[in-house]
Design a protein around this ligand. Structure first.
Ligand code: PLP
Length: 506
């Protein structure tokens, strides 16, 4: 065996992590296994005391410091999880810990460091800025620097995750999927696996907009990136280290990149199987596994994803839930053009049929045609094509927006606005029961002379669908219209006199 690999194997076997870390379970993910037609195992590092694997490396580094070094105190730069590992280890070892975090760090993570007794310094926009500042502080105050990934003791501590996986799963494993930031976790895990069971593939997963390791492997040496995406803050690293690059290049079999929507879908997958919520970096292994399975047409294999962190800010959940369905190709999003004639809106709804509508936005604009933003629940991407064909048969042109960030990030919230064609319009907020057919019932009971001039619905997971409808009703018809509203049995509020309606929509 290569001497350096042997050295890492020894370091991992001798690593001291269990004073603070636990041996996390390796759990079968039944639902995901069924969906992917492979046996999927999750290495639950999100269940560690600080909700990530990071305390393993930090503690293994710090427990090897001399008493005089510990007396000087430690300093680190971290986007969050390493910081918690360092703070917890410092508390256990009775030393001072200063943590420099980028100002963009989720509050959940900085609060957790403070709660563990760490002293937090917020500095810069990225991990790299925080790192430079930590180096300056270290020189000024003679602290010992604890690097989040560029240190053999840190790498060896993270490698204990690989050691546990092989001990916990002694049957064949096809591949282990590991998120990469600076590369400490994958270096340690790959070192152990390649030393002990080299036939197991180690696959690295990176965010498509934060792929410093992949670029380093392609270039043959670490390359600094000028900018990295921050959605997965745990892996937003601009430059990997020489040591993690060397180990990764030598030992890692393959790489996949994943995007934000795929990670949101993976967070949902993990939730469905475990009822736990992972942070984006923590779900990258699952997202990468799903992509790899589809690229390589894998069936019936044993696959392991390390779910490496769960320090998620609660307000992020809104975004994750919004994008998870699209990321899993379980939601289609279209801009559909329909002729602006009576009944065409109803015809569009009939074409969509009994499908589960997730979004529906429309505003009357000109006298010829209208654009409707339509979101639909689908079983797979192929179904989106079937729907488009069905719409085309009705001469409704449909633009597929599932990969269009402008639509997903902004446009879906902006459809509407004032219309010069909104004469005689009345505005109502309805509660429709969340079941297929509720909208068709509404439309088929409407008098053919009344026109829907505005419609807005977005499935937000509530028990009732909150729907905003603008209807053009001639004044003479108002008594009949009131009867129609009463007969529907759907609770509603008349918003026609609401000043906001007049400010933004009328
Ligand atoms: C949850 C989570 N996953 C993955 C990583 C990436 O680890 P590494 O920098 O060792 O590649 C980190 C790093 O902080 C993390 O916090």
């Amino acid at each position: 065996m290569d001497k350096r690999l042997l050295d890492y194997l020894q370091r991992i076997l001798n690593a001291r992590v269990y004073d603070v870390a636990i041996e996390t379970p390796l759990e079968i993910a039944e639902k995901l296994s069924g969906r992917l037609e492979n046996r999927v195992w999750l290495k639950r590092e999100d269940t560690q005391p600080v909700h990530s694997f990071k305390l393993r490396g930090a503690y293994n580094k710090m427990v090897h410091l001399s008493p005089s070094e510990l007396a000087r105190g430690v300093i680190c730069a971290s986007a969050g999880n390493h910081a918690q590992g360092v703070a917890l280890s410092a508390r256990h070892l009775g030393c001072q810990a200063v943590v420099v975090m980028p100002v963009t760090t989720p509050e959940l993570k900085s609060d957790a460091v403070r709660a563990l007794g760490g002293q937090v310094v917020l500095y810069g926009d990225s991990y790299s800025d925080a790192y430079e500042h930590a180096l300056t502080l270290q020189k000024q105050s003679d602290f010992v620097f604890v690097h989040p990934f560029d240190d053999p003791d840190v790498i060896a501590g993270q490698g204990t995750v690989g050691m546990e996986i092989l001990r916990q799963h002694q049957h064949p494993i096809h591949a282990v999927f590991v998120a990469i930031g600076g590369g400490g976790l994958i270096s340690g895990v790959a070192a152990y696996i390649k030393a002990v069971r080299p036939e197991i593939k180690v696959v690295g997963v990176q965010m498509i907009d934060s792929d410093a390791m992949l670029q380093a492997v392609r270039a043959g040496n670490p390359v600094p990136l000028s900018d990295v995406g921050l959605f997965s803050d745990g892996t937003a690293v601009k430059r990997v280290s020489d040591e993690t690059f060397r180990l990764t290049q030598e030992l890692v079999d393959d790489f996949v990149t994943v995007d934000t929507d795929a990670v949101c879908a993976a967070i949902k997958d993990a939730f469905e199987d475990t009822r736990s919520i992972l942070e984006p970096a923590g779900a990258m292994g699952i997202a990468g596994m799903k992509q790899y399975v589809s690229q390589h047409h894998l069936r019936g294999e044993e696959l392991v994803a390390i779910t490496c962190g769960a320090n998620m800010n609660f307000d992020r959940l809104r975004f994750v839930a919004e994008r998870a369905e699209v990321g899993d190709q379980r939601e289609a999003l279209f801009a559909v053009t329909i002729p602006e004639t009576r009944g065409s809106f109803k015809r569009l709804c009939e074409t969509i049929g009994g499908r589960n509508v997730t979004e529906f936005s429309y505003r009357i604009s000109d006298h010829r045609e209208a654009q409707v933003l339509v979101g639909l629940a689908i079983a797979d991407r192929g179904e989106a094509a079937t729907i488009r064909d069905a719409l085309a048969q009705q001469r409704f042109a449909a633009l597929d927006l599932v990969d269009d960030d402008l639509s997903k990030e902004h446009l879906r919230y902006m459809v509407g606005g004032r219309s010069p064609r909104s004469e005689n319009e009345r505005l109502y907020r309805f509660e429709f029961p969340e079941r297929p057919g509720a909208l068709m019932r509404f439309l088929s009971r409407m008098h053919p002379d009344w026109n829907i001039s505005l419609f807005h619905y977005r499935n937000q997971g509530a028990d009732y669908g909150r729907i905003l409808v603008g209807i053009q009703v001639p004044n003479d018809d108002l008594p009949v219209f009131d009867n129609f509203l009463a007969s529907l049995g759907y609770p509603y509020v008349d918003e026609t006199e609401n000043p906001v309606y007049h400010l933004f929509l009328r």
